[in-house]
Design a protein around this ligand. Sequence first.
Ligand SMILES: [Fe+2]
Length: 614
Amino acid sequence: MKPEVILGLHGFSADSRRQMHDAGVCLMVDGEVVAAIDEERLSRAKRDGNFPFRSLEAAMEMAGIGSEEIDTVAFVDRLPLWQTWFVWRYAMEAAIMTGVRPWGYLGFWTKMMRERRRVPPVGVSTKDIRYLEHHRCHAATAYYPSPWDKATVVTLDGMGDFSIGGSVSRGGAGKLDLLRRSNGYFSPGHFYMIVTEYLGFVPGRHEGKVTGLAAHGDPGRAYAQMERIIGYRKGKLDFVAGPVAEEFFNVIRGRPGTRTRQWYSQDQWDSAKARIDAGYVPDDAVGLDYFRRAWAGYSREDIAAAAQKRFEDVISEYVADAVKQVGEKRLVLAGGCFANVRLNQRLAALPGVDGIYVHPNMSDGGLASGAALLAYHERRNRRGGAYLHNSWPHVYLGPSWNDAHCQSILEAKGIVWSSPPDLAAKAAAALADGKVIAWFQGRMEYGPRALGNRTLLAAATDPEMPARLNGRLKRSDFMPFAPIILDEHAAKWLVGWEPDHVASRFMTITYDVEPALSSKVPAVVHIDGTARPQVLRSDDHPCLHAVLSEYHRITGIPMVINTSFNMHEDPIVCSPEDAIDAVARGAADVLILGSLWVECGDVIKVMVPRDAAT
Ligand SMILES: [Fe+2]
């Protein structure tokens, strides 16, 4: 019988003024994900939201599937009619939180629906095209790849489907039963984006820097300011605007027939503004005028710390209610809010929670796989039959290149390489010698974390290493680097870690580092005593496990730094050419390409004069 092939697809047209972010593709054959990749890795444009033509081609090549074999195309995002009330109810609030104008939705939606036209030109002829809800796709990524059949499924992000900021579902027997959606205008995701922008970072991209900065501040000083922006509606599984936002809406609502600034005369607008104590102005910069005035007296660290605490507080209440109402103690999570690893540590410790899984590609980059998973399981559920929960063993779902191909690239560039028989031992010795290794092997990771196949490794024992690495990579992070640690030593170094902590395999949660040991690995412990580990089992990556074991034998330390293999603001490297380009710009001392060993000094000698000449 012909296998059932489903294409999950997330992305928007290149000609759209308001593009999506994190376009990507997932190919699934008979319920198994065989290829998944986000467009940024191929276009080399960070968080690229354009229609994922490159990813589609790459995924079909990886899977050995022709476009004519695709049975179903599952697009992410929809705007069902029932949902329009939700859109209009919160349309005004959209202006305050996002700068989106209400009528913008219509054009956006129409364009999105036209995206199906982009499928036939790449040869996909199926008539079975579906549009699936953004948060149901997130929920599918949280539930189906998780280790548990019964779970409380929570999704939270900025906003999806033009209106929804989160959802709570009950997962069981392969089905996702929705309990409640929350609004997208007062979402914790948008709140955190405002703070990110206020602090001078790029919202939607640099939220991790705010989390890092937060550990340097006092959460109490500006906390009352944060309470004025967002709150949680106890027992209701929804978020509310704090008094600042409410004050603004009351003024607007008191003027019938007026919806946004464009509909005001200047006098009306001026008087409306005067009635708002704080002088809030909703503009496309998500109300930064207000925040610049209201937060002027606080340090950046204190703002970040207070925002992180408020973010954790409201989401903790929401998740605690969700677990109580669903009645399942296993918690599975997806959506951009759960890229916040400190939040995840706190949620894992909530009373009533026994086990946490965060989808490794938790932001919108994971939605394509969510659409494929949802389309498959919805059809399967309609047909009935026994259900066997089948969690993802790994995220190595991207392209790979064999040694012969890598050799030919190196030779064409005139770069010297060797093929050491004892690769793991040689690499461990180099790490112990203080070298930085760029590790490129096998299929690229799906999601934002480098988990051993496109990774930079360096000694965690050297307190100067973070500064040296940041200098090499042209980064300026407040977060320390993350460690990769042998699983057999994790319980000794990470407080409370246990072998069934699946989130720690994908670097989606922080742990307190054992205080007596943290001074031995200063490069991977944050100022608050936490680390964000990848706990490595030998099944996950036998070669890297051997490197770490040998490194441990030499140094007595079972971990090294593991950071993503990319220069500042670039996406993680995908191809051998990307890897060579990054080391030519100084990313590492040694490059491992498959089983080949390359001294980066040789790459720089060959590549830099050539670049300088052009
Ligand atoms: Fe999302």
